[in-house]
Design a protein around this ligand. Structure first.
Ligand SMILES: *Cc1c(COP(=O)(O)O)cnc(C)c1O
Length: 365
């Protein structure tokens, strides 16, 4: 672990003892506990400067910091997994780096070279490797972000930015095991419109979703299902996860997900599930699906399972759907067979219990 022209390594002066570390790792939940280090890389004078891997801690910001006002802020999320042989690997970090840059371009922010994104993650994980949980279903969640740092109130792209990467040990997302969620189809609010920022992982998209999420909660649901902005008819995604629909037609099992229309977030789990569905012998398709079709196919029994997928919660079955004027149950509110087979297939690759046929795992240490 040495300082390079791109990354200066300054370990924290106050390391936790083994006991303190064990205490923090006991029941990490999700996104509450952070490791001892972080990486920061400043962008100024039209270039990314040398970064620093240093003690995790608060950032100091000018009140006029432009991201706080006009929202030039993007993020990513991916995971590192402990393998049975003691090594640590990340899942598709290159895909996250590339999506980070697509988000950056949409918000008029500079690209970060993919190698620097991956170097930052690899060095942080090596430094904090004791924080990578070892139990199945657990992982170290990596959170990269970038925001505008100009201390200036004019509305224009900032000239300076900060890339930050930190890590958070993640327990099983659902404390009581995988269970189907109840979802609310949002008709009052939309997540993204054509030409907007739906494809970008930008902070503002989440801010705009919170009031819909609150409405879902009032209706007794855990998550929101987003519809297209123009017709409020086609299904887009669920909260911060992509949706899949499993149906049986002419003896075939079809695993379908809404096609990328320019408003959906192109999930890396979504892409992986499409591949795994083929690997397991299912037919994987990307297509439009309307709420009307969804109701019909559930009613006539063609559609047997629905699930959502994303990095944080992996794969989550959908058991109940509520909307203005109707309600329906899916698979008797139980975890579905195809859903769980896909979930196991993905987790087995991530934990090194199944061969990595598609070269998705990146060796860190
Ligand atoms: C991050 C995200 C997803 C899932 O993407 P993954 O790469 O699979 O984690 C889906 N929808 C939204 C809105 C997201 O922000």
């Amino acid at each position: 672990m040495t300082t390079s022209p791109t990354l200066c390594i300054s370990p924290s002066a106050n390391r936790l003892t083994q006991d303190q570390l064990a205490q923090r790792l006991l029941n990490p939940g999700f996104g509450r506990v952070f490791t001892e280090h972080m990486v920061v890389i400043p962008y100024q004078d039209d270039a990314w400067q040398q970064g620093e891997l240093k003690a995790y801690g608060p950032l100091s910001l000018d009140p006029s910091t432009s991201a706080l006002h006009y929202g030039q802020a993007i993020f990513e999320g991916f995971k590192a997994f402990g393998q049975d042989d003691g090594s640590i690997k990340t899942f598709r970090p290159q895909a996250n780096a590339e999506r980070f840059n697509r988000s950056a371009r949409r918000l008029a922010m500079p690209d970060l070279p993919v190698e620097r994104f991956i170097e930052a993650a690899d060095e942080l994980i090596r430094m904090d490797r004791a924080w990578v949980p070892r139990n199945s279903g657990e992982s170290l969640y990596l959170r990269p972000l970038m925001f505008a740092t100009d201390a200036f109130l004019g509305v224009r792209p900032s000239l300076s930015y900060l890339f930050v990467l930190f890590a958070s040990p993640a327990g099983a997302y659902f404390a009581n095991g995988v269970h189907p969620v109840t979802v609310w189809i949002s008709e009052d609010y939309v997540r993204a419109a054509s030409g907007g920022t739906g494809e970008a992982k930008c902070a503002g998209n989440y801010a705009a979703s919170l009031v819909a999420q609150a409405q879902a909660k009032e209706m007794g649901c855990e998550q929101v299902v987003w519809l297209d902005a123009a017709k409020r008819e086609y299904i887009e995604e669920m909260g911060g996860m992509n949706l899949f629909f499993v149906s049986r037609e002419n003896g075939k099992t079809i695993v379908a997900t809404p096609e990328l229309s320019g408003t959906l977030l192109p999930g890396i789990t979504r892409l992986s599930v499409l591949q795994l569905a083929k690997d397991l012998g299912f037919e994987a398709v990307e297509r439009k699906l309307s709420v009307t079709q969804w109701r019909e196919e559930i009613a006539d029994g063609r559609m047997t399972e629905v699930f959502a997928c994303g990095t944080a919660a992996v794969i989550t079955p959908v058991g109940h759907v509520k909307a203005k004027g109707f309600e329906m149950q899916i698979n008797n509110g139980q975890n579905g067979e195809v859903t769980m087979a896909l979930r196991d297939a993905l987790l087995n690759i991530q934990h090194g219990k199944a061969p990595d046929r598609h070269g998705w795992m990146h060796s860190v240490c």
